[in-house]
Design a protein around this ligand. Structure first.
Ligand code: NAP
Length: 462
């Protein structure tokens, strides 16, 4: 029976892969269409939703996490079905899911990291900040990760907001994190941490720091943390055209003021080292020091870039966290731009290696544009991709229904996948909140897939 997709008896079947902010904003935009009947299925690799809202946003930024309430509302819409514990590109292939949906939208974010490309990067004690963030946020992929916090000094490479998040976690009083939803294992390790000093190493000047002024302010406000920065570097940065931009100026003045403020009883120290690039991570079996080269700035067609001067320094350290941007992870069967770490696309329409649009396949969020912007940035991005999807959908010819929820269920059964429903996630959510309440915390997260599935089995067994 052929019918125009988008009619009440033949809804447009939209599959969304991922369930972070970009995925939920896209689902919400789809449900707002008046003239098209839609059936939206969200597929999430983990048994829990919300992507970076749960596993990326720092535990001491609880207010930001409240955006999940809006996503919950979308998930409860009768036209929306969320399925957790389903990996597309794993147990279920892209091609077979596409057979069961009219359109497929990838909103898988950037779960990978970038390497510095220097010797010693894979020594024990050298990690991607992504791993540290996942670990303190209870991401199941990093449950078994171990960070040696028995050393006195850590080096964080990069000067973005992720770098400041990990710095704050390393220097903040654990008692001030205890009420949050930080993973229990991370809180215990941070309580025992002996890290006293954190170096933040940035390849360009202070005027180019990517972190926000309010994020810097948060660090400056920790009154038991001393800040150290070279006053000559701040003076240089203030004298540049970039240093005159009001938000940049505010950051520079904050840094200068904080570095001038004596904090004799500081428990921890954060040292900003601008115009420095790691050239090697050194040590016999584990990290012992980081070799740095001092940089100059050179103007290029891409803007000011760092260039080594040949001058060298060495910073003894036992832990290195590289925070030099996240990168997307390729999905088998879906085009991927290895250099940029994103799915190649034209306004959200996925394009193949020859530059031709791949019919019915779309992307949005970080996997579309790369790891930039804040959570809200994904809203307008998702709206734009959904507009492209619906424009294409309106041009579709009458066709028989392309799969159904029942055919997807059958496929999952055949692959031995145990999907987790949104009602089951709500059960896990209630368990975590109740466990948190008993401990005087926002929530006590389940941090492994096996623990999550076990909790669901215990619920369903008599
Ligand atoms: P980011 O803001 O792009 O910062 C990346 C940092 O890494 C920059 O300092 C960059 O320096 C440096 N870098 C990149 N490649 C490098 C290399 N090869 N060697 C040395 N340094 C290198 O990225 P992010 O910190 O990962 O954050 C991702 C996004 O999430 C951002 O939009 C951020 O604002 C957002 N976020 C927001 C919050 C918040 O709202 N509180 C918290 C976390 C993340 P150059 O400038 O020289 O390239």
């Amino acid at each position: 029976m052929s019918a125009l997709p988008g009619q009440p008896d033949r809804p447009l079947r939209i599959g969304i892969v991922g369930s972070g902010p970009a995925a939920f904003y896209a689902a919400e935009a789809c449900t707002r269409q008046r003239d098209l009947a839609v059936e939206i299925d969200l597929y999430e690799r983990l048994p829990v939703p919300y992507g970076l809202v749960r596993h990326g946003v720092a535990p001491d930024h609880q207010k930001i996490k409240s955006v999940a309430r809006a996503f919950e509302k979308t998930a409860r819409d009768a036209r929306v079905r969320w399925l957790g514990n389903v990996e597309i590109g794993g147990a279920v292939r892209h091609e077979e899911l596409l057979e069961a949906q009219d359109q497929l939208l990838y909103a898988t974010g950037c779960a990978g990291d970038r390497k510095l490309g220097v010797p010693g990067e894979s020594l024990a004690g050298s990690h991607a900040a992504t791993a540290f963030v996942g670990w303190y946020n209870g991401h199941p992929d990093y449950e078994a990760a171990r960070f040696d916090l028995s050393c006195e000094r850590a080096v964080v490479v990069g000067a973005g907001n992720v770098a400041l998040d990990v710095v704050r976690m390393l220097v903040k009083r654990p008692d001030d994190l205890a009420q949050t939803d930080i993973a229990g294992h991370a809180l215990a390790e941070l309580r025992a941490s002996r890290v006293r000093e954190v170096f933040v190493v940035a390849r360009r000047g202070a005027e180019h720091a990517a972190f926000g002024a309010s994020e810097l302010e948060e660090l400056v406000e920790l009154d038991d943390v001393a800040l150290d920065v070279d006053p000559a570097e701040i003076a240089r940065a203030l004298a540049t055209p970039a240093g005159e931009v009001p938000t940049t100026r505010r950051k520079l003045l904050l840094l200068a003021e904080a570095a001038r403020t004596p904090r004799p009883h500081a428990r921890r120290r954060v040292c900003f080292r601008f115009l420095r690039s790691p050239t090697a991570i050194e040590g016999r079996d584990t990290v012992e020091s980081v070799a740095l080269e001092v940089n100059d700035l050179v103007e290029t067609s891409r803007g000011p870039e760092a260039r080594g001067t040949g001058a060298r320094e060495s910073v003894p350290a036992g832990l290195v966290l590289r925070s030099v941007r996240y990168a997307g992870v390729p999905i088998p069967g879906v085009p991927f731009d290895d250099e940029r770490g994103v799915i190649p696309n034209q306004l959200g329409r996925v394009v193949g290696p020859g530059g031709a649009v791949v019919p019915r396949v779309y992307c949005t969020g970080w996997i579309q544009r790369g790891p930039s912007g804040v959570i809200g940035t994904n809203k307008s991005g998702a709206q734009a991709t959904v507009e492209a999807m619906l424009e294409d959908a309106r041009r579709l010819a009458p066709s028989p229904p392309r799969g159904s929820r029942a055919t997807v269920d059958e496929l999952l059964r055949a692959r031995g996948v145990r999907p987790v429903t949104f009602a089951e996630w709500e059960h896990l959510d209630a368990l975590e909140l109740a466990a948190g309440q008993r401990l005087g915390r926002v929530r006590d997260k389940l941090t492994s897939v096996s623990a999550m599935l076990r909790a669901l089995e215990e619920r369903s067994s008599p």
